[in-house]
Structures are given as structure tokens and as C-alpha cells.
Design a protein around this ligand. Structure first.
Ligand SMILES: [Zn+2]
Length: 237
């Protein structure tokens, strides 16, 4: 083929464009995935915070219960003390005193429990405040990051549009049969259809090629393919 050298030059250029398109497509696919993962992470953290708040509510319910219990026992103590004035015998008197003593002992245990719950509520409040503060700053950071990612997405889309138009113009100049072969190879060979030879090795599969392959390429008679990986070979000028 007369203009084979020119055709191969265009193929090499086309390969450069296609490599860039593959890279941009990959970069573009990663962006929504990154955003989605981060948002799922925040959802999990929000659920964690909700759990802490539920724990706090449960503690407060428990505290109210204990306070109710304490008030009831104090009522009993008062009742017993009033009865003390009415009893007639020593036996009744000491029985009542014993009741009062027991109720007071019970109450000091309940009071200790209530103090413990207050401490737990304090600790829980602190933890919730810290978690909220942390989430707030993380979310602000992410909002900034998301803005950048969406900007990057727009930039990539614009570049892709330009580079695809460039590809179309170049592809229109290439011989249809050659282009068909190129397109078939690039689809089946991970986006790499045209490779050079370096240190006698195909730069697609790195197999050492016989010297006559280089000679064949230099003859510029027909496309030369790697025997091993079937990619189109060329020699850098
Ligand atoms: Zn090869």
C-alpha cells in the first residue's frame, strides 16, 4: 500500500486518542461510585448517632422510674412515722421502726442508682455532642469534596466530547479496511491495538519477535501483526 506509512502514523495517533478516551471513561465511572460510597458511610454514621440518642432516652426513662420508686418509698416512710405516734405497744413500735429502717436503706440504694444514671446520662450527652460535632465537620468536608468531584465530572465530560469529535475526524481519514481491523483488535485487546517494538520485543505482549518482522515493517507493504498477540506493530521513527 502506497500510503501505508501515513496510515500507520494515523493509527498511532488514533491509539493515543483511544487510550485517552478509555482513561477518561474509567475516571468518569469512578466519580458517582465514590459519591455513593461516601453517602452510604454517612448514613451508617447517622444510624450510629441515632442509636446513642435512643440509649440516652432509655436512661432517662430508667431515671424517672427510679425517682418514682424513691418518692413512693418516701411516702411509705412518712406514713410509718405518723403511725409511730399512734402505736400502743413497744412491740408495734419497734416493728414500725424496723420497717422505717428497711425503707430508708432501700432508698439510699435507689438514690445511689439515680446518681449513677445521672453520670451515665452526662457521659452519653458528651458522646453524642462529640459525635455530632465530628459528623458536622466530616459532612462539611464531604460537601466540599463532592463539589470538586462534580466539577471534575463536568470537566471530563467536556474533554470527552472534544476528543471524540477529534477521533471522528481522524478516523474518517483512515482506510476503512485498516480501521475495521484496528477497531476489532482494540475491542479484544484491552484497548491496545497498535504497539511499537523495543529491544526486539512486542510492546503489547512483550514476546521477542524474529528480526524479519522488523524488516517486514520497514518494507511498508502491508500491516504487520504480532504473531503472539495479533496487535498491529510499528517502528518509532
Ligand atoms: Zn504481541
Amino acid at each position: 500500500m502506497e500510503n501505508l506509512k501515513e496510515q500507520i502514523k494515523m493509527l498511532v495517533e488514533l491509539q493515543g486518542i483511544d487510550t485517552r478516551i478509555f482513561k477518561l471513561d474509567d475516571d468518569l465511572a469512578v466519580i458517582p461510585e465514590t459519591i455513593k460510597n461516601k453517602e452510604a458511610e454517612f448514613k451508617a454514621k447517622d444510624a450510629g448517632l441515632k442509636k446513642l440518642e435512643d440509649e440516652l432516652k432509655a436512661l432517662q426513662v430508667k431515671r424517672k422510674e427510679k425517682e418514682g420508686e424513691l418518692a413512693a418509698k418516701e411516702g411509705n416512710i412518712k406514713k410509718f412515722q405518723q403511725q409511730l405516734n399512734l402505736v400502743k405497744t413497744n412491740k408495734e413500735y419497734s416493728a414500725l421502726q424496723e420497717e422505717i429502717g428497711r425503707a430508708k436503706a432501700d432508698n439510699s440504694i435507689i438514690e445511689e442508682d439515680i446518681l449513677k444514671i445521672f453520670d451515665e446520662v452526662d457521659a452519653e450527652n458528651k458522646r453524642i455532642a462529640q459525635e455530632k460535632e465530628f459528623l458536622k465537620s466530616e459532612e462539611a468536608k464531604f460537601a466540599e469534596e463532592k463539589k470538586k468531584l462534580l466539577g471534575e465530572e463536568e470537566r471530563i465530560k467536556a474533554e470527552l466530547q472534544g476528543i471524540k469529535a477529534q477521533r471522528e475526524t481522524l478516523a474518517a481519514k483512515i482506510d476503512k479496511n485498516i480501521l475495521k481491523k484496528y477497531d476489532r483488535i482494540i475491542k479484544s485487546k484491552d484497548g491496545l491495538a497498535v504497539v511499537t517494538i523495543a529491544n526486539e520485543a512486542c510492546q503489547g505482549c512483550f514476546r521477542i519477535l524474529p528480526p524479519q518482522v522488523t524488516n517486514e515493517i520497514k518494507m511498508n507493504k502491508d500491516l504487520v501483526f504480532c504473531d503472539n498477540c495479533a496487535r498491529i506493530l510499528y517502528i518509532e521513527e
